[in-house]
Design a protein around this ligand. Structure first.
Ligand code: HAM
Length: 422
């Protein structure tokens, strides 16, 4: 049997209402914060990601779907959206027409990670990027925005982790101190951390090894080496969160897996979805736009994984409203009136009523079964004695009551046709 590729998933009609529900809430909240939607292509030239996420990160070094197209251009399916948004921002000189661009997106992403619960190779993110201001209030807005979406979805068992990575200059100084400390414990580090020690020392904080974590407990903290400006920036972010009654904890090991961050980083994690617990993550990136060839412009943003949010909602037993119910199912009583069912259906559908009917030449009983399966609010019987009297028999499927309705006014032409056929 042909199957979908490992780590990819079909979203079937039985589940689609969950996705629509989440996306509707997300769009409403983005709109109330005045973020405007942006859509970028599913693939970019590889350098867009290479130059932004960082060569030594897991994403770039092992997870990207990269290939040469027929004209020998190196193409990559987007593993994240920030770099793509920044590329579009620069290309369309968006900073010229507006000094602050608040953008949001909902899009599939691609990373060749080992599939497991909550981790896919094609997954879906929504996120926001605010380009043009270095205000710490905007960092706080991004965190509040992400928090509010998760709260509006009803997810409860969450915690908000925040950190500050400061500016590259203090980070470089800190890396030397960290390296001095870790050298003393080098032989006890995991193989993975030894590699990170050489290539990207801060990423050692992401290590899952308990031995590494034990060593890291006594490591110097970057927060102790931030410059005055960064400390002040971070203090305002924390104050705004407190004012908004958002509980957070400062996690100095929150370095995140992408190289472009400066100042604030954050993640909201769930206790309901197992090891892949990050529902969303983000932070500030004041050097990225310049790094990709644009004018120096500060930015801050976040992205959330929709699969993980839905999983958290399912695991916490949060219901997903389903408005897929049919308004009416038309049951054909007389086979020779099938064309009228079609016409009547059109009139109702044209006025926004959700209607369906049989195409399989089924018996009346089977049509009623179908109406039940579709959870139709009403059944309209087409044909029979009532029909020759100019009325339709309507059954309310919720309370079982039946009524006759006169087909009138705007349906008059239809009645004429219906009558004519008798
Ligand atoms: P990220 O932490 O790599 O950040 O991804 C954000 C979220 O996407 C994660 O918290 C997780 O919910 C989801 N996610 C990531 N990888 C997978 C996967 N393989 N399967 C399922 N879900 C996944 C970024 O992508 C940054 N661009 C966020 C950002 C925006 N920073 C600033 N602006």
């Amino acid at each position: 049997m042909i199957k979908s590729v490992a780590g990819t998933k079909d979203i079937l009609p039985v589940d689609i209402h969950k996705w629509n529900y989440v996306e509707d809430i997300v769009k409403k909240i983005f709109s109330s914060f005045n973020y405007k939607e942006i859509r970028t292509p599913i693939f970019e030239e590889t350098s867009v990601f290479y130059r932004s996420i960082g060569e030594e990160t897991d994403i770039v070094s092992k997870e990207m779907y990269t290939f040469l197209d027929r004209s020998k251009t190196s193409i990559t399916l987007k593993p994240e959206m920030t770099a793509a948004v920044v590329r579009a921002f620069i290309e369309h000189s968006m900073g010229n027409s507006q000094s602050l661009n608040k953008l949001f997106y909902i899009s599939p992403m691609f990373r060749q990670e080992r599939p497991q619960a909550g981790r896919f190779r094609q997954f879906h993110q929504f996120g926001a990027e605010a380009l043009g201001s270095n205000s710490p209030y905007l960092d706080a807005e991004i965190i509040i925005l992400a928090f509010l979406i998760i709260k509006k979805l009803g997810i409860k068992n969450i915690s908000v982790k925040i950190n500050s990575l400061g500016v590259p200059e203090s980070r470089e100084k800190y890396k030397i101190l960290l390296s001095d400390y870790l050298k003393e414990h080098y032989s006890k580090l995991s193989e993975e951390s030894k590699k990170r020690f050489e290539k990207n020392i801060l990423r050692i904080f992401d290590s899952k090894s308990p031995e590494d974590q034990e060593i890291l407990k006594n490591a110097p903290s970057l927060l102790d080496y931030l410059d005055e400006n960064s400390l002040q920036h971070f203090a305002i972010v924390k104050k705004v969160l407190e004012e908004n009654e958002i509980k957070y904890h400062v996690d100095p090991s929150l370095v995140r897996g992408l190289d472009y961050y400066t100042h604030t980083t954050f993640e909201i994690v769930s206790e309901s979805i197992g090891a892949q617990s990050a529902l969303c993550g983000g932070g500030r990136y004041d050097n990225l736009i310049e790094q990709l060839g644009g004018k120096k412009t500060p930015g801050v943003g976040f992205a959330a994984g929709i699969e993980r949010l839905i999983l958290a909602m399912e695991n916490e037993g949060i219901p997903f409203p389903n408005d897929n119910q049919l308004d009416a199912y038309l049951v054909l009583l007389d086979k020779d009136k099938e064309f009228l069912v079609n016409k009547f259906g059109y009139v109702l559908r044209n006025s926004g009523i959700k209607v369906d009917y049989d195409y399989l030449n089924r018996s009346i009983k089977a049509q009623m079964r179908e109406a039940n399966r579709e959870n139709a609010k009403f059944v309209v019987f087409i044909g029979g004695d009532e029909f020759s009297r100019g009325v339709l028999l309507l059954k309310n499927m919720t309370d079982g009551t039946q009524s006759e309705i006169l087909i009138q006014e705007n349906l008059e032409s239809l009645i004429m046709i219906m009558r004519g056929s008798n």
